[in-house]
Design a protein around this ligand. Structure first.
Ligand code: SF4
Length: 174
């Protein structure tokens, strides 16, 4: 159930920063870019386990910043847990170390990803900015193709506000 996230134009918000670390959640953002562009989630022989459309977006972000003289880096972490909302203490410690020397951390992910980064960097001077906006929830059928390609078929976008949360069953029916 990946969130569908829309990349935001951060040019104005990043004005004045000389170094920017892009902190990327490897789950919902790649799925979002793959579905937005109608491209495969995984083409192993082309991009390994990374998503081509998302890697293109990260590269464009970095190029735009570097053309303005900004030093950039990218941090992500797959193990032991990919989802930034569940990163372990060790993964957060690695982020803290990696962010040293950067003036801003730009979060590619949701508000929970931003929270992870804000909590991790709260004792530093590094500004934390969110570079994606939640627009819904993705539903799709994973399709496996040769050679080692994964596509997202039968795509639906579900408005998060239309979802009804199941509460606990009434005590009498337990
Ligand atoms: S942190 Fe947000 S973007 Fe990343 S996996 Fe969790 S819900 Fe998705």
């Amino acid at each position: 159930m990946p969130l569908h996230l829309k990349p935001l134009d951060m040019a104005a918000e990043l004005e004045g920063y000389e170094s920017v670390l892009i902190v990327s959640c490897p789950i919902c953002p790649p799925v979002s870019l793959a579905t937005d562009t109608g491209s495969p989630l995984i083409e192993f022989f082309k991009n390994g386990i990374k998503t081509g459309a998302y890697e293109d977006h990260l590269r464009d972000m970095r190029e735009a910043l570097e053309q303005r003289g900004v030093r950039t880096g990218v941090f992500t972490s797959y193990l032991p847990c990919t989802a930034m909302c569940l990163w372990t203490a060790g993964q957060r410690k690695r982020l803290l170390k990696r962010a040293n020397g950067y003036q801003a951390a730009v979060v590619m992910g949701c508000e929970s990803a931003r929270y992870t980064v804000e909590e991790t960097l709260k004792e530093t001077d590094c500004a934390v900015l969110l570079a994606m906006q939640l627009v819904g929830i993705t539903n799709a059928k994973l399709k496996f193709k040769l050679p080692l390609t994964v596509e997202l078929g039968d795509l639906s976008r579900i408005d998060a506000n239309e979802q009804r949360e199941e509460g606990p069953a009434p005590a009498a029916s337990r």
